[in-house]
Design a binder for this molecule. Structure first.
Ligand code: GRF
Length: 205
């Protein structure tokens, strides 16, 4: 399964996926390309350190033309015969152009237990709301914001002493576990979508 990872920033989830691959935990996954919409995203250098092609695609000429920009991404993904796209801190809304080219082939990681606290700053939203348990969610991407079918979730306690930073850090450790795990399950053909529900054919879960 040829994998592309789309990033905009530090890329710690991308790194967790590439590390899992390096240590033999993703036998069916071939990371092919990392694409960023931000020129100096640290993730690009990290990808190169792992020997993965790292490409910056400049969104500036495509202001107000999301489909035009996503067409460039689709062309790159097709060129690399990509089977699955992992969004890893990719800070752009995905257009119909990309969604239609890769139906049910795009996944995302979100730092909260969806459907609670979608959108930006999921960890701060959870703290401000006062929940005692938050976590992270790997889900398929659909046309909404963090609304697609849920693949895996991990629950993480919220402590009285937490700040946005400490909670984010605790959640991030679990993001790094469940994202490679979800990608592994998909690559083994063990993930099935039925409507909103995702079924995982694995005895371990
Ligand atoms: C993570 O918290 C992820 O859940 C969210 O964006 C952040 C990306 O962090 N979608 P990183 O670039 O993977 O370190």
């Amino acid at each position: 399964m040829n994998l592309a990872i789309l990033v905009s920033g530090r890329g710690s989830n991308m790194k967790a996926i590439l590390e899992a691959k390096k240590s033999g935990k993703l036998p069916n996954v071939e990371p092919k390309i990392v694409i960023s919409n931000i020129a100096d995203a640290p993730a690009l250098n990290t990808a190169k350190e792992f020997g993965i092609e790292a490409l910056f695609i400049d969104p500036k000429p495509y202001k107000g033309n999301r489909d035009g920009y996503d067409k460039l991404i689709v062309d790159e993904l097709k060129k690399h015969e990509i089977d699955l796209i992992a969004l890893a801190g990719f800070m752009r809304i995905i257009s119909q152009t990309l969604l239609k080219a890769f139906p049910n082939k795009i996944v995302n990681i979100h730092p909260a237990l969806l459907p609670s606290f979608p959108g930006l700053h999921g960890q701060k939203q959870a703290l401000d709301y006062g929940v005692k348990i938050s976590g992270c969610t790997v889900h398929f991407v659909d046309s909404g914001v963090d609304t697609g079918p849920i693949i895996l979730q991990a629950a993480v306690p919220v402590l009285d002493s937490d700040t946005e930073e400490t909670l984010s850090e605790r959640i991030l450790k679990f993001e790094h576990k469940i994202y490679p795990m979800a990608i592994d399950l998909i690559s083994q053909g063990k993930v099935r979508i039925e409507g909103r529900r995702v079924f995982i054919d694995d005895d371990l879960l």
